[in-house]
Ligand binder design. Structure first.
Ligand code: SF4
Length: 367
């Protein structure tokens, strides 16, 4: 018998059934019936679910569902819809953030769709200089259950159905690869939330070991995007310290080994920092980096100044000029419309100094 109740949110339905079978005489059946409702309704004991007194007590002592508590929600109305950031509390008092991003307006007769931007860590140790979360340092990894709970809580408690999921919130997802991979197993479980890999994107700053771990799973439909942000090692190491460990040539080599389905497109996120990475040669360097990697799409993200700005937000002209250069060099580009800047929910703006002071950071893991 386990001392601590097992958190259902971190298990696939088969894993729960297996554990339940070992714990309770009728556990297997209960698990299969309860699992979809816990995941979809966000309740540990959904109304009308019949478990007899003794089994119910035994179930509650062996299992739990660690839903994150909604602390507050900030909203920024705009086109194509309202961007919203939820602050969620973990059981040990940390606060993390997830963001609902509107993707399309319902003026074509279809429903508005949303992408949910998920956190994978409390803080982050990668230290990207343009990022608020990076300023917090790493406080701790999120468990698989806490990652899944963001989706369940968003859907069931906040009424935020999300068509797509992207690991682009607080933290470097692949620095917490084991928990993120387990969360992916749970999120894609057809008896639960049932996301397809195609609807999920892992975004990484260039964590080579993590990319290799994900690649080894052979999940060809899972989307991958990298934060590039500079196309030469000197600038990139300055903006993103991860580049000192994994320089661009090595990152390119690891990405070239990522299993690609026929229509796979590597997302290349580029935060445009005026005066830092917006020269003509920077655009050319991005094209050189992407060339051997198959199909890629540059997501150009205008810099969102945070509490300690590196530079100003680029003007429309600066953004347009850089996009034109990328296109001249043969790259498909999508300009990311800045959403959520006023509520500090835009790219690079998640995290806050209060959280940084809340707990002492954990020491960096051996690299
Ligand atoms: S951009 Fe991502 S990887 Fe870099 S510090 Fe911020 S959260 Fe971490």
């Amino acid at each position: 018998m386990s001392a601590e109740p097992i958190d259902i949110l971190g298990l696939t339905s088969d894993e729960l059934a297996e554990r339940a079978r070992a714990e309770l005489p009728s556990g297997h059946g209960i698990a299969h019936r309860l699992y979809p409702r816990v995941m979809r309704e966000g309740l540990f004991a959904p109304a009308g679910f019949p478990i007899s007194g003794e089994s119910s007590q035994a179930w509650s002592s062996r299992f739990s569902a660690g839903f994150l508590r909604v602390v507050r929600v900030h909203e920024e109305p705009g086109a194509p819809g309202t961007t919203a950031k939820a602050i969620l509390a973990t059981h040990d008092g940390y606060e993390i953030e997830c963001v609902r991003i509107p993707m399309r307006h319902a003026d074509d007769g279809t429903d508005q769709t949303y992408t949910l931007c998920l956190s994978s860590q409390v803080g982050c140790r990668m230290g990207c200089t343009f990022c608020e979360t990076g300023r917090m340092g790493l406080l701790r990894h999120l468990t698989a259950a806490e990652i899944v709970s963001q989706v369940v809580t968003a859907r069931a408690t906040l009424g935020w159905p999300a068509r797509n999921l992207v690991f682009m919130g607080m933290g470097e997802a692949l620095d917490n690869a084991e928990n993120v991979i387990q969360a992916l197993r749970v999120l894609t479980d057809r008896r639960g939330l049932g996301y397809s890999h195609e609807r999920i994107t892992i975004c990484t700053s260039g964590h080579a070991e993590g990319i290799a771990k994900i690649a080894a799973l052979g999940w060809k439909r899972l989307n991958l995007s990298i934060s590039l942000n500079a196309s030469n090692d000197v600038d990139r190491s300055r903006i993103m310290p991860v580049n000192r460990k994994t320089p661009l040539a090595e990152l390119q080599r690891v990405l070239a080994q990522y299993p690609q389905r026929r229509n796979f497109t590597l997302g290349v996120n580029y935060c445009l920092l005026p005066g830092i990475n917006d020269r003509r040669e920077d655009a050319r360097g991005i094209a050189d980096f992407c060339r051997p990697l198959g199909r890629s799409l540059v997501n150009l993200i205008p810099y969102n100044p945070g509490t300690a700005p590196l530079t100003h937000a680029p003007s429309e002209d600066e953004v347009d000029r850089f996009i034109a250069w990328l296109r001249e060099d043969g790259l498909p580009v999508r300009r990311r419309i800045t959403k959520g800047r006023s509520i500090m929910a835009a790219c690079g703006q998640l995290g806050n100094a209060a959280l940084r002071r809340q707990r002492a950071p954990v020491p960096p893991a051996a690299q």
